[in-house]
Design a protein around this ligand. Structure first.
Ligand code: ADP
Ligand code: SR1
Ligand code: MG
Ligand code: MG
Ligand code: MG
Length: 423
């Protein structure tokens, strides 16, 4: 059952929907009959349409319309899913834009009856993961993603927001229960048990998947990370910040798809992107050829991981030093040189804990893409199953170590060195 007035949009009905919103119709230009609609959704959950109109002054203009389906698209109607995820997505887009302006598509309109978001169409951007699989470099990726992470996470945390402003936001996003539970199930639970949703490269990884189910230390680490995910409303996190949620050109970077947003641990977002980049690094041996080796490209991926963390840490610390208005560390308690020094030590310790969290989550995000329900093209596009399984085995070895032996990684350099040497 869907709410009154809701129906999935189609190429045929979309022009009428847009025509009824004057600002959108004006932006597209011409008349609805002139608008070209294509459904491009390649994600796991929703419908996504791109619409192009003649615009003004002969300059064609596009829009992107994203609509919730009443089920999980990847699986089909047999897996119902809360339509309201679109509301959380557009609310997160608006709140995150305040902390990280320009790092996401502009939000243009929200229709609460159709659960449809209208946003800027990104062009000629492509999904980062696709670019990484092709071996394309993005020189500003670390700078832009660290801007997004530091800006969104700091601005929605207790360090920046007075408690009276943050608590109502935490309450509102607590209702994104369906998507939080999806993450809890498919990332932190199912990959570690026998479950019909799971799949892996078989028979090559059969023994590994079985061993994971008997690996108490690994299961404990996954459950501890899950507990932190459930019980740490640190900031409004994106909640699904993998390399398929970032669109890029060589000079621009935009984050899309924050439908999993809720107040959770900051390390989950930071770890998601680091984990996806490490997975991509380890998949490159399956894409390189003698004619087109990927060794230099792999170096660039790891350099990006290092820069991303280093820049994020510096930017987050800078924001905290220069614009803290939260209630947790009242300025009156930390006046004078002693207070200043001890607050700085506190800030650095906070970032050290965040780093540890991020490494654990990076490992969990890698593991789920190899043993769980939803996989990544980085590995899926490796046609030879033996080569794919070799890359996946290395991914799992690194992932387990990041989750179980997190203390072995005091610096981001120690993580990238481990990725280089994992066998
Ligand atoms: P899902 O929630 O189903 O994963 P996404 O938000 O990730 O949906 O979008 C699915 C696809 O639609 C993306 O992979 C991308 O190709 C395209 N897309 C999404 N948003 C935009 C946009 N603003 N501009 C252009 N293409 C977009
Ligand atoms: C059913 S699992 C689908 C996955 O796709 C989304 O993008 C999230 O990563 C989710 O875990
Ligand atoms: Mg997506
Ligand atoms: Mg999504
Ligand atoms: Mg190599």
């Amino acid at each position: 059952d869907t709410p009154p007035g809701y129906a999935p949009l189609s190429d045929a009905t979309l022009p009428d929907f847009l025509a009824a919103v004057p600002a959108l119709a004006t932006r597209l230009g011409g008349s609805p009959a002139d608008w070209r609609v294509t459904e491009v959704g390649d994600g796991n959950l929703n419908l996504v349409f791109l619409v192009e109109g003649p615009g003004h002054d002969g300059k064609p203009t596009g829009l992107c319309v994203k609509q919730s389906l009443p089920y999980l698209r990847l699986v089909g109607e047999g897996w119902p899913l809360d339509l309201n995820r679109a509301w959380f997505e557009q609310r997160a887009m608006a709140l995150h834009a305040a902390g990280a302006a320009g790092r996401a598509p502009a939000l243009l309109h929200y229709d609460p009856t159709l659960y449809a978001i209208v946003m800027e169409r990104l062009s000629p951007h492509i999904i980062l993961r696709r670019g990484l699989v092709q071996g394309i470099r993005y020189p500003r990726l670390a700078e832009h993603v660290s801007d997004y992470l530091a800006g969104t996470l700091y601005a929605t945390s207790d360090l920046a927001l007075p408690a009276s402003k943050k608590r109502p936001l935490v309450a509102a996003f607590t209702a994104n229960d369906a998507l939080c539970r999806l993450t809890e199930d498919v990332i932190f639970t199912q990959p570690y048990m026998t479950h019909p949703h799971n799949r892996w490269t078989s028979p090559q990884l059969d023994a590994t998947a079985k061993a994971v189910q008997a690996d108490t230390a690994w299961k404990l680490a996954a459950s501890r990370l899950k507990l932190k995910f459930m019980a740490s409303p640190e900031a409004l996190i994106h909640g699904d910040l993998h390399t398929g949620s970032i669109m890029v050109t060589e000079t621009d970077t935009r984050v899309i798809d924050p439908e999993f947003a809720f107040f959770g641990p900051m390390g989950f977002d930071v770890g998601a992107i680091i984990g996806n980049l490490l997975l991509n690094y380890l998949s490159q041996d399956g894409h390189g050829t003698e004619e087109h080796p990927r060794d230099a490209y792999q170096d660039w991926v790891l350099q990006t991981v290092e820069e991303l963390w280093t820049l994020f840490r510096a930017k987050f610390l800078h924001l905290w030093r220069t614009s803290g208005e939260g209630d947790a560390y009242p300025a009156a308690l930390f006046s004078g040189p002693d207070g200043t020094a001890c607050l700085e030590t506190e800030r650095r310790a906070y970032l050290d804990r965040l780093f540890t969290d991020a490494l654990g989550y990076a490992g969990a995000k890698i593991t789920r893409r190899i043993l769980g329900l939803a996989h990544n093209i980085d590995l899926e596009k490796i046609a030879d199953p033996d080569m794919r399984a070799l890359c996946e085995t290395r991914c799992l070895a690194l992932a387990r170590s990041l989750m179980v032996e997190t203390g072995r990684y005091p610096t981001i350099k120690s993580v990238t060195e481990a990725a280089r040497h994992v066998r």
